[in-house]
Design a protein around this ligand. Structure first.
Ligand code: SAH
Length: 224
């Protein structure tokens, strides 16, 4: 009985069904996402499990949705784009994510890289995300309740860093925790933000500006 309930939960019904998900994938392809592995993981990851019940029916629309605490689950297009950019130079072993939030981006990453280290400053969001990882049996995720602007020094350096809240400028600590050859995908700015890809080279850091985005701000300190 329990397993039947779980299967319905994971596969979804009605507005969370496989057909609805396939429509979302087509939309992402139409918007230029072409990494097959990324598209496949988005197709098979139940986004509705990352939302409260009242929002779950909108899970496969290409929009950002509220997750409480004035935070949002990123729009699928943005998740896909950032993941694709992070993976563009080849497979990654250790990835640092700042802003666990619902854990959706974390779950996507965990299926595409070896180990994910995810930092969240709001304890209650982290706790919910942790339960979802358990439900999805994702075991290569390490979570920390801390100010992600400081990175996660003990676990670094990282060959990928993905930030899902926007600082006015990139924190020095994150740059220092990027391995040589590593890539960071990060929204930067205030009311107007750019998605940037920063690569660490022998000479220093190279920055590429990708497109305009809108994220909640990266805040310092942490909350219960
Ligand atoms: N990737 C998440 C996005 C959540 S919104 C998702 O798809 O659900 C951004 C998240 O970043 C919020 O949960 C917010 O609490 C968190 N955040 C903001 N500043 C932070 C900081 N300095 N350290 C860690 N997390 C931070």
């Amino acid at each position: 009985m329990v397993s039947v309930v779980n299967r319905v939960d994971l596969n979804g019904i009605g507005m969370t069904s496989q057909r609805t998900r396939q429509r979302l994938i087509q939309r992402l392809v139409d918007q230029g996402i072409d990494n097959a592995a990324v598209l496949d993981v988005i197709r098979t990851t139940p986004r509705h499990l990352f939302l409260d019940e009242a929002m779950a029916h909108r899970a496969y629309e290409d929009v950002a949705l509220p997750i409480g605490f004035q935070q949002t689950l990123s729009q699928p297009y943005v998740v896909a784009r950032m993941t694709e950019l992070l993976l563009a130079a080849g497979p990654l072993k250790r990835v640092l994510e700042i802003g666990t939030g619902s854990g959706y981006q974390t779950a996507i990453l965990a299926q595409l890289v070896d180990e994910v280290y995810s930092v969240e400053r709001i304890k209650q969001l982290q706790q919910k995300a942790r339960q979802r990882m358990r439900q999805l049996k994702l075991r290569n995720i390490h979570m920390s309740h801390a100010d992600g602007g400081m990175g996660w020094e003990e676990s670094g350096p990282f060959d990928g860093i993905l930030v899902t809240a926007a600082p006015e400028r990139i924190p020095e600590e994150l740059l220092l925790q990027l391995a040589l050859g590593g890539r960071m995908v990060i929204p930067v700015g205030g009311d107007v933000q750019d998605l940037q890809v920063v690569t660490r080279t022998h000479e220093g850091y190279e920055t590429e500006i990708v497109e305009a985005v809108f994220f909640v701000p990266l805040r310092s300190g942490k909350e219960r």
